[in-house]
Design a protein around this ligand. Structure first.
Ligand code: COA
Length: 312
């Protein structure tokens, strides 16, 4: 018995905010943003809540039968509410009454954490279908006067349907966290002693270095655990934070550029949504095909990191 990703979906809000638009908002330039990050534009949700983004991404999954789901997990750092969870809202939208539903908070690593939890629950319990979503509305936690952060992020959602299967589809994980780095990348909330508004704060330079190191180490560990050689990886889907981070990770893993999926030029960093959006685009564009070994690797606030190898 194994667990397989059987189908994927994604949704990006319509409104596009380009680097040129940002030039009118803060002291920056398209040239600076492009060379430092690889990002050209990002999507902004004007009206749609995180749960609605999650719902639209889920509806985009072909063959999804909501009533058959036994588990719904949403990875998000920007939920609609403290409670009910985004997953409970999604469950109601889907008119499902048979699942357990909860959110996971692990910032940009959230989707891989959610996959890990779903994989473990499905293997140990009588649950054969699960919907795992990464959904974010980061535009709501950005200080649009802070040029060091507002240029990096965007809104969106990606979703996967997991099913129990004869053959193994999720080959293995490596996950980790180190809370000592919490002060390099954070958004406070009501439990803190900070007063609102609560905006994302980041020491970009330091985050960059730890991101490269932890993503490389985590990916190497999952390759070793699953006994897969980097040359057997058909596609690397890294968290889409910065093209320079992605290139450094791929190079250190010995994975050639043509096998690295990049879409951050269009969407920026969509945090927990970035990997499922990229996975959906990779599958639908033919960049990832049935039978391929795909390496997912992410890094995020916490710090958290994680990687996973799936066989499509
Ligand atoms: N436009 C123009 N100039 C900017 C700018 C912007 N949007 N943001 C910062 N600058 C300036 C800085 O003020 C600094 O000026 P100074 O040299 O006069 O002090 C200069 O550009 C260089 O800043 P620095 O922070 O050293 O640039 P960098 O090469 O490290 O790039 C990031 C900055 C944020 C793009 C980069 O550090 C990064 O991507 N880090 C990782 C962030 C991340 O991925 N976070 C999420 C993880 S999940």
């Amino acid at each position: 018995m194994g667990i397989k990703v059987v189908s994927t979906g994604s949704y990006l809000p319509e409104k596009i905010l380009t680097n040129h638009d940002l030039e009118k908002m803060v002291e920056t330039s398209d040239e600076w943003i492009t060379t430092r990050t690889g990002i050209k534009e990002r999507r902004i949700s004007k009206e749609e809540t995180t749960a609605e983004l999650a719902y639209k991404a889920s509806l985009n999954i072909s063959g999804l039968k909501p009533e058959e789901l036994g588990l719904i997990i949403v990875a998000t750092a920007t939920p609609d509410a403290f409670f009910p969870s985004t997953a409970c809202k999604l469950q109601a939208f889907l008119k499902n009454k048979n699942s357990i539903a909860f959110d996971i908070s692990a910032a940009c690593t959230g989707f891989i954490y959610a996959l890990y939890v779903a994989d473990s629950i499905m293997r140990s319990k009588n649950i054969s279908r699960a919907l795992i979503v990464g959904a974010e509305r980061f535009s709501k936690i950005l200080d649009w006067n802070d040029r060091t952060t507002c240029i990096l992020f965007g809104d969106g959602a990606g979703a996967v349907l997991l099913e129990k299967s004869q053959d193994e589809g999720i080959l293995g994980f490596d996950l980790g966290a180190d809370g000592n780095y919490g002060n390099l990348l954070y958004v406070n909330s009501v439990g803190s002693n900070e007063s609102p508004p609560y905006y994302l704060k980041m020491k970009g330079n330091e985050v960059f270095k730890v991101a490269v190191r932890t993503m490389v180490e985590s990916a190497k560990r999952v390759l070793e655990k699953t006994d897969v050689s980097p040359k057997d990886i058909s596609l690397l889907i890294p968290h889409q934070a910065n093209v320079r981070i992605i290139n450094a990770v791929a190079e250190r893993l010995g994975i050639e550029k043509g096998k690295v999926f990049i879409n951050l030029n269009k969407y920026g960093n969509t945090s927990a949504a970035s990997i499922p959006i990229a996975l959906d685009e990779a599958i639908k564009s033919g960049a990832a095909k049935k039978g391929d070994l795909v390496l997912l690797v992410a890094f995020g606030g916490g710090f958290t990191w994680g990687s996973c190898i799936i066989k499509l």
